[in-house]
Design a protein around this ligand. Structure first.
Ligand code: ASP
Ligand code: MG
Length: 598
């Protein structure tokens, strides 16, 4: 029998009675012959209560004192949990983050884990102890010994990092929901449990606000191929397995969370880019356009719709997208027909662009990575035509002639030897639905910088200026009219709008942009699924569903496994229900997509 790491969340250890129930489960796992490491969160809403007290005393509590305060929550849980275990005859011992050797960066309230000194824990396991570890906390020793925390929800991350460092057989996350659902059950009544989800999909969903797993925990699980399970503390049901591709070579356990955020640079020379310029800004336009493509069975890869012409009397959008180059001749015909139907908008074609992407689970939550990519391209004098972002992948479409220069510049910047020309290796879950989850993020605000000069280096400066302030940017959308200026749209967390505005104001004046647009009454609706890539008609179905509701789409950005739309927040709840139903996610039935080749 092997080593199992079990993590119990705040609700699961919310009272003495619940701890007793949990202790029984832990005892059973140990008595079945397993070594067991248990990670616990603070009881119930302890962390929230502690934070509320801090904020009663001061509007800006010192990060160091916050860490001192919040780590007490988990210390209560570990000692009580061990008492519960001892009371039923188990040999158990509690450990704080420091005792267990959880070394982090010296960054209070949001430290990343560097390494775990597993010597003591291994010894205790050898001595047949169940080791109960305080989640969410660690310590740093530069320049002094200090207690740190990993950020809200960080106990998941502690658990998966321990599983990686101890090379555990698996990590089980116990929570008050039965596992990972197709969508938010508070918004959609028939949200359904998934048996399996890939870590790639989970990373997207976790950062879209599906709160069952801390995104950094998924990142570690993927990077170290840790088998991960999310299940209910109160049921025997298997829950949801989060599956990761096997590791080609084992990763060093050092710098668990701070090792290279980018695994590889991918170059795709087989795409073609089309754009419809000046399409009317009204509900249903994207739906009509992509229905033409779905009916022709043409798979569309990246789609972006930027806000353009916001200052014009009749606002219009540009919609740009890429298809496989082998489909180009037909795609041009289809695009022309659609353009005709939409009121003769202009179709522009680039038959041989290059899509260059950086991939890695560590891109998430590191605002500097996008800026680093754009800077590397700018230094190499490469102009960016299209940008598409997701949690694990940033792609830029550039002119084909620049492919080699761009690949070299990115490899150098991210410390990689050579670019990769094959498709990335992707594992698929057993269930065959292309779309596996729908998420709504109501914390984003839409921003755009208007009239940005079309020169290499401007995107780099914009996102660098946000990265310096530590402001993570979510969707980034830039379209190209081939005019002297572009508008660059993106989303940031609503709370960060004032900081972002302040940071960008100076830059805008300096480079001569014409203004900043802010809309904070929007919501982001996303579809996630490994099978979205290669299935024609998925985006069309989403856009049609929104069109039927009369909802205007403000911005579109897709990656190979995600389609996201910015819509008005008043339409958001209705939209998530209808989109969830449109893909039959509540039933688990495979949806037949029009024009689908399969
Ligand atoms: N107790 C911490 C929090 O509430 C860490 C966790 O539960 O994961 O954020
Ligand atoms: Mg949690």
């Amino acid at each position: 029998m092997g080593l199992i790491v079990q993590k119990y969340g705040g609700t699961s250890v919310g009272s003495v009675e619940r701890m007793q129930v949990v202790a029984q489960r832990i005892a059973r796992t140990a008595r079945a012959g397993n070594d067991v490491v248990v990670v616990v969160s603070a009881m119930g809403h302890t962390t929230d209560h502690l934070l509320a007290m801090a904020h009663q005393l001061t509007t800006q509590p010192s990060p160091r004192e916050l860490d001192m305060l919040l780590t007490t929550g988990e210390q209560v849980s570990i000692s009580l949990m061990v008492m519960a275990l001892q009371a039923i005859g188990c040999k158990a011992i509690s450990m704080t983050g420091a005792q267990v050797g959880m070394i982090t960066e010296p960054n209070h309230t949001r430290a990343r884990i560097l390494r775990i000194q597993t010597g003591r824990i291994s010894e205790l396991l050898k001595g047949n102890h169940i080791v109960v570890v305080a989640g969410f906390q660690g310590f740093c020793n530069a320049p002094y010994w200090e207690i740190t925390t990993l950020g809200r929800g960080g106990s998941d991350t502690s658990a998966v990092a321990l599983a990686a460092a101890l090379r555990a057989e698996r990590c089980e996350i116990y929570t008050d929901v039965p596992g990972v659902l197709t969508t938010d059950p508070r918004l959609v009544s028939d949200a359904r449990l998934l048996d399996e989800i890939t870590s790639e999909e989970m990373l997207e969903l976790a950062s879209l606000g599906a709160q069952v797993l801390h995104p950094r925990a998924v990142e570690i699980a993927r990077n170290y191929a840790v088998p991960l399970v999310v299940r209910s503390s109160w049921l025997e049901d298997p829950g949801t397995s989060v599956i990761s591709p096997p590791l080609p070579v084992p990763r060093p356990i050092d710098n668990i969370e701070t090792d290279r955020p980018v695994d590889a640079v991918y170059v795709d020379n087989n795409q073609a880019r089309l754009a419809l310029l000046r399409v009317p800004d009204r509900p249903g336009v994207a739906a009509i356009l992509f229905r033409y493509f779905a009916e022709a069975g043409i798979d569309v890869d990246l789609i972006i719709q930027a806000i353009q012409g916001i200052r014009e009397e009749q606002p219009t959008n540009d919609i740009a997208f890429t298809v496989q180059r082998s489909d180009l001749a037909r795609a041009i015909e289809v695009a022309r027909a659609a353009a005709e139907a939409l009121g003769s908008c202009e179709v522009v074609v680039d038959p041989c662009p290059t899509k260059i992407s950086i991939r890695g689970a560590g891109i998430i939550g590191r605002p500097g990575v996008a800026a680093q990519m754009f800077t590397a391209l700018a230094r190499a004098q490469v102009n960016i035509q299209m940008i598409s972002t997701s949690e694990t992948c940033l792609s830029c479409v550039i002119a084909g002639v620049h492919a080699e220069t761009a690949a070299k510049a990115l490899c150098q910047s991210f410390g990689l030897r050579t670019p990769v020309f094959e498709e990335p290796f992707i594992i698929h879950p057993a269930e065959t639905m292309a779309v596996r989850g729908v998420a709504l993020d109501r914390n984003q605000a839409q921003m755009a910088i208007l009239g940005v000069p079309d020169q290499p280096g401007i995107a780099a400066r914009i996102f660098d200026c946000l990265a310096v302030e530590g402001i993570p940017v979510d969707m980034i959308v830039q379209s190209q009219r081939g005019e002297a200026t572009n508008d660059i749209g993106f989303t940031v967390h609503r709370d960060l709008v004032p900081a972002a505005e302040k940071a960008l104001k100076l830059l805008c004046d300096a480079v001569g942009c014409s203004g900043i647009l802010i809309r904070d009454t929007v919501a982001k609706l996303s579809l996630v699924g490994i099978g979205i890539a290669g299935t024609p008609g998925i985006a069309a179905r989403m856009f049609s569903t929104l069109a039927d509701l009369g909802t205007n789409i403000e911005m579109i950005s897709t990656s190979t496994i995600k389609v996201s739309c910015i819509i008005d927040q008043s339409a958001a709840e209705d939209a998530i229900c209808k989109v969830h139903a449109a893909f039959k996610l509540g039933t688990g039935e495979k949806v037949a997509v029009e024009g689908s080749k399969s």
